[in-house]
Design a protein around this ligand. Structure first.
Ligand code: C2E
Ligand code: CA
Ligand code: CA
Ligand code: CA
Length: 279
């Protein structure tokens, strides 16, 4: 009867976690977001602190929701990964970030790079390599100007397959950065086998770096490790002059963080670039 199924429905719903309900809402809304062009990309500049010049930008996904406003990726990337929606979304980010880089190159910033976050879920797709390759061909950007960011944990979810694909990506000439470095589960030994170019020091280690001896030691050690392994190193989450001085004193000059700029839309990044080149 109607009453009975109503009761059952109520019972069922109370058994469902809020997280599940939120997921179902999100999944439907995310499908529409991609179709309705509600997604956009902000770019956070990466600066060479010796010259105060821009070396690149990290592409960071934003969802401009019609009623909720700007939604942070930390609120929808996990659902996008669970549902597989991160595959078309990630492809959209990569294509549009490369198109934007092409524009910046044409404006004369010809050495600028763009860093794009790839989800481990995207590495499960058979056509990942051909997808990247076709975007390089379509946009015509030099492959070495594209940097793929991956976390240790993403690699370790499926080590063998991911490693193979990382090697293939590198054969295209694309660079690979290890994001959130120092926060994962992995041991240091893998660094010599992994086809990576850059260590990206996680921003959690910037916290209280002048007074927190542990964070200071970890940051210094990562910088030395990168130097000894002949890898590039970049610090993220740099917010203060003190953090900047600490890093520069240890020869870490590639800096990303609010100290220089928050993530900006493409137009605002143009203005930012004009400003710093006039200083
Ligand atoms: P992430 O890759 O570690 O990106 C850096 C995050 O730190 C960004 O947050 C950035 O806005 C923030 N940040 C940068 N500098 C500072 C600083 O000085 N202080 C503070 N407090 N925060 C800073 P955002 O944009 O919210 O992105 C969060 C995460 O979402 C990213 O972390 C990344 O894991 C994920 N994400 C963003 N875009 C994409 C994407 O296109 N694909 C995938 N798979 N993940 C993405
Ligand atoms: Ca990143
Ligand atoms: Ca990071
Ligand atoms: Ca992070």
């Amino acid at each position: 009867s109607k009453e009975k199924s109503g009761t059952y429905h109520h019972f069922f719903r109370s058994e469902m976690s809020d997280r599940n309900l939120e997921n179902i809402f999100l999944e439907n809304a995310l499908y529409k977001a991609l179709e309705n062009e509600e997604l956009c990309i902000h770019y956070q500049p990466q600066i060479d602190s010796r010259t105060n010049s821009i070396i690149g930008a990290e592409a960071l996904l934003r969802w401009n929701h019609p009623t909720r406003g700007m939604v942070s990726p930390i609120n929808f990337i996990p659902t996008a990964e669970e549902t597989g929606l991160i595959v078309p979304i990630g492809k959209w980010v990569l294509l549009n970030a490369c198109k934007q880089l092409k524009v910046w190159h044409a404006q004369g910033n010809s050495h600028m790079t763009v860093s794009v976050n790839l989800s481990g879920r995207q590495f499960e797709e058979d056509d990942l390599l051909s997808m990247i390759e076709s975007i390089l061909v379509e946009t015509g950007i030099p492959p070495e100007c594209l940097h793929i960011e991956l976390t240790e944990n993403q690699i370790f979810k499926n080590t063998y397959v991911t490693l193979e694909k990382m090697r293939e990506i590198k054969m295209l000439g694309v660079k690979i950065s290890l994001d959130d470095f120092g926060t994962g589960y992995s041991s240091l030994g893998y660094l010599k086998n992994f086809p990576i170019d850059t260590l990206k020091i996680d921003r959690s280690f910037m916290f209280d770096i002048l007074t927190d001896k542990d964070n200071a030691a970890i940051t210094s050690t990562i910088i030395t490790l990168a130097q000894n392994l002949d890898l590039d190193v970049i610090a993220e989450g740099v917010e203060t002059k003190e953090q900047l001085d600490f890093l520069m004193a240890r020869s870490c000059f590639n800096i990303q963080g609010y100290y220089f700029s928050k993530p900006l839309d493409a137009k605002a990044l143009d203005e930012f670039m004009n400003q710093i080149s006039n200083n």
